[in-house]
Design a protein around this ligand. Structure first.
Ligand SMILES: [Mg+2]
Length: 447
C-alpha cells in the first residue's frame, strides 16, 4: 500500500507561512524575472488567474482582487520542502521524495492507513505550516489519483483512501475524471488515447492491458494494471544516480557584453559545482548554453561542451572551462537573454578509478573548496564568489517582489515588533490560520 503526500499550492503556501495576514487571501508566485504565474492559491484560482499567464497581462486582475504576487523565492521553498519531508519521515516508515512538494510513502502493513494519513496531514500543518493532502491506494497510481480527489473534493477533508471507497464510488470518481488528470498521461499520450475514445480514467481502467501495450507502450499497460490495484512501481528511496547538474537563468535585461555573459556563466558554474560537491560527485565534462530572445527575428543559440583532463569538482577548474566555452560560442552584436551551465559525465568521487598521469583535484583544492562551502553555508550561498561575477548587473535575475529568506538567513528572520514587521505590513488584529489543532487522539480517524 502506498500514500502520496502533496503540499497544496506549495510555493503560494510557503509564502503564507510567515505571513498570517495572507491566509485565505489570493496569492500567486511568478517565474524568473517575474515573468509568468507558476503557482496560485485556491483563492487566486477562483479570482480567475490562469496558470502560466504573463504577469503584465493579469496586472489588472491582480490590482482588482488585491492579489499578493511574489517573485520565486527558491531558498525559502527548498528549505521548507526539506522540513516538510523530514516531518513526513517522522511518521512514515519509508519515503520516496518525488518532487519539491510530493513524497510517496510505503504504507504496507499499516492497520489504519487513513488514521496515519490524517496524522501526517496534521503534523505537516502544525510543524511546518503547510497544508497538505494525502492519497492512499494499493498502487502508486491509485495513491496519486486519490490525492487528486482529496485535493479537489472537500468531503475527503484532505485525506482520500481508495481502499475505504465502495465499488460504486470508485467507478463514479473514475468516470468523472479526465484521463489527462492521471499520473503518467502527458498531453501527447492523452490525445492519442482520445482518438481511441479513451476519455476518462474509467475508459482506461476498462481497456485491455495487452492492447494498450501494443498500441502505446509498456507504460500505459502498467497504468492499467496499477488502476486495478496491481502495483507495478516500487518505492524508490534512493534516487537513481544523478546524471547531470544544470543551472540556468534568464537575464533581467538583454546582454551583449561578453564580460557580463562570462559573469553569468561563472555564477552558474559556482552554483553547479557546489551542488556537485554536496553529493560527492566529480564532473568529466562541462557544457555551456547561451541564447537570445527566441521571439526576435535575429536569433542565436550557442552551445558547446568540453571534456576536462580529469574529473573535477573544483569550482575554479569548472568555471574556467565554462567561461572559455562562453567566449568561444559568443557572437558579438547579438543580444543574449539566457545562459546556462551543465556538468556532465558525473562520477562518484569515492568509486572513481585513479589515473596516474591525471590525478585530478589536489588535496589543496579539496581543502579550499571545503572552506568555501562552509563559509557559504554559514553566511549565504554567495558570500564567497569569483571576481568575474562582479561584472555588470543586467544578467542578474529580476526578483522585485521577493519575500525574505526567513529560514536560511539570519538577517532576514521574521521580526515581530509591536504592530509592524520587517515586511512593512500591518499585523492584523487576530490572524487566523486554518486547522492548526492536532487530531484529538493518536487513533483519530476521518470523520
Ligand atoms: Mg502540490
Amino acid at each position: 500500500m502506498f500514500a502520496l503526500i502533496d503540499g497544496n499550492s506549495f510555493f503560494a503556501s510557503c509564502e503564507r507561512v510567515f505571513r498570517p495576514d495572507l491566509w485565505r487571501k489570493p496569492v500567486i508566485v511568478l517565474s524568473n524575472n517575474d515573468g509568468c504565474v507558476i503557482a496560485r492559491s485556491e483563492e487566486a484560482k477562483k479570482a480567475g488567474i490562469p496558470m502560466g499567464a504573463p504577469f503584465f497581462k493579469i496586472s489588472g486582475l491582480v490590482e482588482r482582487h488585491g492579489i499578493a504576487a511574489f517573485s520565486c523565492n527558491y531558498e525559502l521553498y527548498a528549505d521548507l520542502s526539506a522540513r516538510m519531508m523530514a516531518c513526513v519521515a517522522s511518521l512514515a516508515p519509508a519515503l520516496e521524495v518525488y518532487s519539491i512538494d510530493e513524497a510517496f510513502a510505503d504504507f504496507s502493513g499499516i492497520t489504519d492507513a487513513s488514521a496515519l494519513g490524517v496524522k501526517i496531514r496534521h503534523r505537516v500543518m502544525r510543524w511546518i505550516g503547510i497544508p497538505a493532502c494525502v492519497g492512499i491506494g494499493a498502487s502508486k497510481t491509485l495513491a496519486k489519483f486519490s490525492n487528486h480527489l482529496a485535493k479537489r473534493n472537500p468531503r475527503f477533508s484532505g485525506v482520500c483512501n481508495w481502499l475505504d471507497l465502495t465499488e460504486t464510488e470508485r467507478l463514479q470518481w473514475m468516470r468523472s475524471t479526465s484521463v489527462f488528470d492521471l499520473w503518467g498521461i502527458g498531453r501527447k499520450l492523452g490525445e492519442k488515447l482520445l482518438e481511441q475514445r479513451i476519455r476518462t480514467v474509467f475508459d482506461l481502467y476498462g481497456a485491455d492491458p495487452a492492447l494498450m501495450r501494443r498500441r502505446h507502450s509498456v507504460t500505459v499497460e502498467r497504468i492499467v494494471h496499477e488502476l486495478h490495484g496491481i502495483p507495478c512501481l516500487e518505492l524508490e528511496e534512493i534516487s537513481p544516480a544523478q546524471r547531470q547538474v544544470l543551472r540556468s537563468r534568464s537575464f533581467a535585461e538583454e546582454v551583449s557584453d561578453i564580460g557580463e555573459i562570462k559573469a553569468a556563466v561563472s555564477r552558474h558554474a559556482h552554483s553547479a559545482a557546489a551542488a556537485l560537491r554536496r553529493w560527492n560527485g566529480l564532473a568529466s565534462c562541462v557544457g555551456v548554453m547561451i541564447r537570445t530572445n527566441r521571439f526576435k527575428a535575429e536569433r542565436h543559440f550557442g552551445w558547446d561542451v568540453t571534456s576536462l583532463p580529469a574529473p573535477s569538482s573544483d569550482t575554479l577548474v569548472l568555471s574556467a572551462a565554462a567561461t572559455r566555452l562562453a567566449g568561444r560560442i559568443f557572437r558579438p552584436g547579438m543580444k543574449y537573454k539566457k545562459a546556462g551551465v551543465v556538468l556532465l559525465e558525473l562520477v562518484d568521487a569515492n568509486t572513481r578509478t585513479g589515473d596516474l598521469f591525471n590525478p585530478g583535484d589536489s588535496e589543496r583544492s579539496r581543502a579550499l573548496m571545503q572552506t568555501i562551502d562552509s563559509i557559504n553555508s554559514r553566511y549565504g550561498g554567495e558570500a564567497v564568489k569569483s571576481a568575474a561575477e562582479l561584472v555588470g548587473t543586467k544578467w542578474h535575475t529580476r526578483r522585485e517582489r521577493l519575500s525574505p529568506r526567513y529560514t536560511t538567513r539570519w538577517d532576514e528572520l521574521r521580526r515581530v515588533d509591536a504592530g509592524t514587521t520587517n515586511t512593512g505590513f500591518k499585523e492584523p488584529v487576530s490572524p487566523r490560520r486554518p486547522d492548526f489543532s492536532p487530531p484529538r487522539s493518536e487513533s483519530a480517524t476521518r470523520a
